[in-house]
Ligand binder design. Sequence first.
Ligand code: GDP
Length: 452
Amino acid sequence: MHAVSGMPEEGEAAAEAAVKPVVAVVGRPNVGKSSLVNRIIGRREAVVEDVPGVTRDRVAYDASWQAAEFTLVDTGGWETSVSGLAAMVARQAEYAAQTADVILFVVDATVGITDADEAVTRVLRATNRPVVLAANKVDGELQEADALVLWNLGVGEPFPISALHGRGTGDLLDAVVASFPEVPQAESADEEGGPRRIALVGRPNVGKSSLLNRLAGEDRVVVDEVAGTTRDAVDELIELGGETWKFIDTAGIRRRFRNLQGADYYATVRTSSALDRAEVAVVLMDVSEPLAEQDIRVVEQVVESGRALVLAFNKWDTLDEERRYYLEKEIDRQLSRVSWAPRVNISAKTGRHVEKLVPALETGLASWDTRIPTGRLNSWLKELVAATPPPVRGGKQPKILFATQASARPPHFVLFTTGFLEDNYRRFVERRLREDFGFEGSPVKLSMRIRD
Ligand code: GDP
């Protein structure tokens, strides 16, 4: 017997293609990086979050241009400790090159090329990231000629812009978007509308059919034949708490395979195909017996599938004091990894607390759907990292530069770092995410993106 362990993706450094392109704005202080950032994000987040003096608390934002969505990163706050302006700006550019897909290099056209600009250029030339050069403070035609001088940097065409007035930023953004890498669309069929989809799973005999019959009762409205899937998978629409829910493969739940050879195998396969099509899983367990290895395996299957999770303890009518004592021990010991999952104690036989399933399902699904805006996520992260920086590893302190939420359903966060983060630290980040944002009833994925 073993406890539920191992979140999917833990230990994986690479985030999949679901991450939006990252655009990092680099350049020496006062060239107008923050103004440009505000211009690009339309001050959407800035209005709410930018208080004078704390602008630099926010490093990453959600942004879009035409149909393209991306994460916009202001590198202004990084590595203020490095002595010397040019060194500091060069270091920022280095980090930017490590984490971004495109670098937006801002130069003040009214000043011309400075040592710091040249330091940035050297760093950028050494990377293979596309660079888009913004010649800022070109507020009118008179300054257009200033921009031309910036060809001398040797990083391509300078786009004359005025971050303050918005002049020229459209062409600049066209160039930025044009240099995005191809992003395969990773969204799955999860986005389809209609009733929310529940997989009722659990090892044989825990009471799945009984619960289904209890729930369906008089209210069973439609039996929905699914064409083209498992030959005889049948979903059922059941109204609960004033809402219609789709229970996946109810035929599979009701079928009796108990004494057949291969019943366990069949159950595992059924569980996995039901999970594929579900958004949330109810794992039913039988409290009249000790929790079994098979119960834990089903819970693990759900966590790995990335579906929302509700734990339902059935046959509560059979419980006496002694069994209850041991049950609590078993739950503590074996289900601690999913302590975030809502629990309901029910009896399919008597109907006890069965109505509590609905709020638990709703909680799990709401968490599963959650998206945290990039600006908010990063102000939270900045505080977290300031209070508890990642531990030094091999003599180096890995820096977490910023984070984005790559996808929802379930929430998947990507930390952009300069080095490897220990498992312990990532678990700490996940725990704090849960403490501060909730996610009750949903797995949360956390991965890192490190580039060299
Ligand atoms: P399934 O294999 O998970 O679908 O389990 P079933 O629904 O067939 O139930 C297995 C056995 O447990 C049957 O004998 C049920 O009558 C019994 N059972 C189901 N729910 C309860 C319950 O809440 N209390 C009690 N005492 N027995 C139950």
